[in-house]
Design a protein around this ligand. Sequence first.
Ligand SMILES: O=P(O)(O)OC[C@H]1O[C@H](O)[C@H](O)[C@@H](O)[C@@H]1O
Length: 294
Amino acid sequence: MPIEHTNDRVILKHPKGPTVELLLYGAHILSWKSRSPSNPDELSERLFVSAKATLDGSAPVRGGIPVVFPSFAAPPHAHPEHSKLGIHGFARSEVWTFDKVLRDDEETVAIRLTLSPTPKIREVYSRDFKLASVITLEATQLTNELQVTNPAVDPLEFHALFHSYIRSPSKDVLITPLKGKKYFDKTDKTFQGLKTESRDGVDVKRWTDSVYEDTAGESGVYEVKWPGGGVSVRTRNLKDLVVWNPQEEFGPKVVDLEEGGWEKYVCVEPGYVRGYVKLDGGNSWVGSQTISLH
Ligand SMILES: O=P(O)(O)OC[C@H]1O[C@H](O)[C@H](O)[C@@H](O)[C@@H]1O
């Protein structure tokens, strides 16, 4: 079977060998094993998950691809409707429903999970919504799509982001094209304005937590390269990009990150997090990322 669905997880198997494993908790992709076009013999893991990650649904998973909705910020900077939500909102810490298989053929395996307000969500968030997460596996690429529907009359304002932990030698990674883009530097508590990126390629050799704004329009493409490897990340309706790696300076304070784990990934996070998506009542919005191997 190309799709295995158990109580707590789903495994997608592409006929050419790649696999994706995800938890219903958070619609959280834990693993993506794939071949790259430049090295078709090697089927290997493309995401990073910490050896200390919690996988039993009692806390968000450190690694893989967490889905951030409806809030990226935490109080006191959050939207008034998000004031009871923790950092990154609730989508990553709720159990989603397996909805259906969308495609299952020689080229593509795709599934959809859904999430609507649960009693636990209603305790902290009063707005109505319908979410769908579509996960599409192809021979050398993986697509995440988040669909948000606003069934109410009033506009819905939200953040959305894919917090991808891309397995890579973090000290050797370069991310482009960000030169000239404005960013909020969360590591610099003394400066609250926006900085301007001066580097052709952005590295994460030091603790980096940068929220770049307006790096893409309706569509965007980023390159993440390191010696001997790399990925392209194409986006739709996700205008901002967060780059995060704590390195030795902050990594040991991230309790569920294994010792030295910061050397094994870079978080390249396409999102809409500077300002809010404003979704009129009765309408839907779709944001997506496609990670393609070089
Ligand atoms: O620890 P988490 O809630 O998963 O967040 C991990 C990181 O995610 C983002 O990249 C933020 O910009 C960081 O400030 C945060 O530390």
